[in-house]
Design a protein around this ligand. Structure first.
Ligand code: ZN
Length: 242
């Protein structure tokens, strides 16, 4: 599922990494022709692998189908109109209460920062916490294939809540990874936060924390940390924490 448009998601956010490349090769070896074209009676070599349910973390065999690039594009455009995975929902409005957005790589200390600075009645919006409470699984080990879509939906509802005039929290804290400057700019323009804080915790330090924490999946988190740092750009106006 290629995402087009000006607010492109990073490959890590979409769940694509080196393991994905392996999965993709296996699918294409098993079924080399575009499934849509084949159904329409045409033989076209498939070049891409599509997630049927739109969840790029669900790599179950029956959720994957090979497509040619034109068919994939058509199907992705339809999906985006349908709005399955809204990391940055277009309908979001500025927050009516003071909002701080905390960004950074996995294990960079975003949640700890929010916890240390938030007041007792503040609202903290953290996808891991939401998924953990929805699924009953661990904070960092929840099954993304199953819980990502409902967790994002619940998070977006909370973001909707803080943009209503009826919002009563003294302050909200939103935790998102957002390595790219243009993506943080999108949040700045859309939600009008009072501050955006970026945790510039060095990759070695993040990785050491992951090693010390048995609840975090190691390889995928290391990979996500590397991806975050390779995509990271500073943005004027962000507050950097080192
Ligand atoms: Zn096709």
């Amino acid at each position: 599922m290629a995402i087009v448009g000006k607010h492109k998601l990073t490959t890590t956010e979409r769940g694509y990494g080196w393991t994905w490349q392996k999965v993709r090769r296996v699918v294409l070896a098993r079924e080399p022709l575009c499934r849509f074209c084949k159904e329409a009676g045409k033989m076209t070599v498939a070049d891409e692998v599509d997630h049927i349910d739109g969840n790029s973390f669900n790599n179950e065999r029956e959720n994957l189908r090979p497509l040619c690039p034109p068919c994939h594009l058509k199907r992705t455009a339809r999906d985006q109109a349908f709005g399955k995975h809204q990391w940055r929902p277009e309908w979001l409005r500025p927050s009516t209460i003071p909002l701080v957005i905390v960004c950074g790589a996995p294990a960079s200390g975003k949640s700890t920062y929010a916890k240390e600075h938030a007041g007792p009645r503040d609202l903290v919006i953290d996808l891991d916490v939401i998924a953990c409470s929805l699924s009953g699984q661990s904070l960092h080990g929840w099954d993304r294939a199953k819980w990502l879509t409902p967790a994002i939906r619940a998070r977006n509802e909370m973001l909707g809540d803080i943009s209503r005039p009826t919002a009563r929290w003294p302050r909200a804290w939103l935790i998102v990874s957002e390595a790219r400057a243009d993506n943080r700019q999108w949040w700045a323009d859309t939600m009008k936060p009072e501050r955006i804080v970026v945790m510039e915790t060095k990759p070695a330090e993040c990785m050491a924390r992951v090693r010390a924490d048995t609840t975090r999946p190691r390889e995928s988190t290391f990979e996500a940390i590397g991806k975050w740092w390779s995509a990271y750009e500073r943005r004027e106006g962000d507050e950097v924490v080192r």
